[in-house]
Write a protein that binds this ligand. Sequence first.
Ligand code: GLA
Length: 702
Amino acid sequence: MPKRPDRIRLDTAAATLVFDLAQGCAALTYAGARLPLTCDLADLGRLGERAVAPNQPDQPQPASILPNPTRGNAGTPPILMWLENRPCALDLQLAAVQADVSEATLEFADELAGVHLQSRWRSLPAGLFEVRQSLTLTGHEAILLACASLSLPLPAWATHLRHFSGRWAREMRSTVTCLTQGPSLSGGSQGGRSGFGGGQWLLIEEQDTGEHHGRCLGLHLAWSGDYEWRIERADDSRLQVTLGARLDPGEIRLGTDRGFDAPPALLAFSSAGRSGLAQLFHRHVQEGVLPTSTRGKPRKVHLNTWEACGFGQSPERLEGLIEEAASLGVERFVLDDGWFGSREDDRSSLGDWQPRPDVFPHGLGPFAERVRSRGMDLGLWVEPEMVSPDSDLYRLHPDWCLHVPGAERATQRHQLVLDLTRAEVADDLFRKLDQLVSEADLAYLKWDHNRPLFPRAGRAHAQTLALYALLDRLRARHPALDIETCASGGGRVDYALLSRCHRVWPSDNNDPIERLPTLQGCLQFLPLAVCGHHVGPDPNPITGRSVSMHFRSRVAVFGHYGIEADPGTMTAADRAVLAAHIALYKHWRDVLHAGTLHSLGAGQGGYGWLAWHGTRGLALVAQTEYPQDHDAPPLVLRGLDPEARYRVKLPEPWPEPAASRLPHQARWRSGWELPGSVLLNAGLPLPLTHPHTAWLIELERT
Ligand code: GLA
């Protein structure tokens, strides 16, 4: 048997993790910027040693990826179980290690209890680390209460937590909390889905980390069910972050034949601020998460019927929308809610996935043909996990929903949740979805999920796995089918779903003033390509705010473009602006979706990004508020070569009244030729005085 190494390291191109294995646990002695291969890990460990803090166990426990409460680690145990009906004091000790340059598998065992944990750490090509942990039992049966996916001692520079929170129509807003005081912080979800809280995405930062400078760690739990996270301060002042699936007591029963795979956790490090970190996550999604069938496929312009006609679908209404969409250059026509059963509002028909005869007298097949004859493909809204009490499905199978026998069945949005863990339910759904996709040759499903799971007791974990199985089955049958994950907007967004879908619906709120901060939160972890972004009606039905078509359409270019309004009700001028931006989006989508995204963090109520691919780039600067200064500061670009020269143009149509304040208009039309150093240092002084002004900026390396 080869001797177990005392230390191992895992590297990405820019980061290193060092584990010290000498003490029978896996101490994390370093997590940060990449160390040279010549670095002496033993010396690194010695250098990090400190005198034992007072009031500690006689054998102080090192900061480990598996804190051991049985030997005196003070925090919440990362693994909690009952063995033979009694709480179990687990003492997991490092038993074996296998490591190569990109992967380390650490085996821990408590032979007395008959419990084994495998902790597999991989460095991924995109520059992230992935952690997968699995529990197995050799002896008694057990009830698992918690099994963290990741438990990470935080480096001393970690002083701030940036996490994301929100609510319906206002998702992914970031909040910063100082970690240097206070005992512990925690968060999680309870509704059987990650919810609007956004807490399975965490950023750990040092004091003053910004968009482009400073150290930060990004963490994500690739799991669509309930989760929990904690940051705890030990008695010796060290911080430890823990992230994992939240389990109901009794939900997971373990036996010799039944282990537990914790959902994968992802971890990325950047010393170039949040924008550098976002680039790592984007690359990972593009190259390591999205289904291969969706990669590199141009993302089609959608017209979605929801904010155009709501439930009021009729043959005439839809025919009008098809014509309008085709004339604008739309490529995908999406029938949202209201196409099935007898669904005229949200009170009925979920589960009855047949087209409404009054709207589709000849079925969906001929309708899809009509859509295709106008140069578009067809997409459909479905909410497969739900059932309306007023539906044929419910009348036939009242026991198929999650319920407590004999108890009242509480609804939300007048609907109940189907129990996907029952084979007959999953089979029925698969059959119906398969038939729909086949009959109408659907190109896309908008897969919605509009209420949390209740009654949930002990069901949410299995329900999440059953959802994955259903999606996997459907994808295997229809590999070219695009699927969007939506849960009343961004109520269920994560990499586990993204590995089965092609995009997310970040929010029901299409008002760009609200969508921009939501997009900013999403773009920390998701590339532009997967963020659906639609031009909504005016005024916006959720906020009541009126925003010009110029602003709505320009902002929507940054994402996966769509229209969610009735172009037939727009003025000719607005339709022309919309058409121009659809054309612009098509011209630039390869850059937007395959390029590297740089945050331009414009400030003073402004948002900005630059997508750069090959020799071309497109930037957006969007001013939402009236700036504090007379004009917002010049837009300083990022990621360019200071020595290279760039042609810089402002594509038309230009926003009014801002355009009237733009000097040298002829040059902005024909293009300036400027050195990278000017763009990186002086910036572009665009008129941004008026709130709701957005500019797109084209760049080409000459
Ligand atoms: C949810 C979605 C919306 C829309 C409606 C339809 O709220 O988030 O985009 O599809 O359902 O009922």
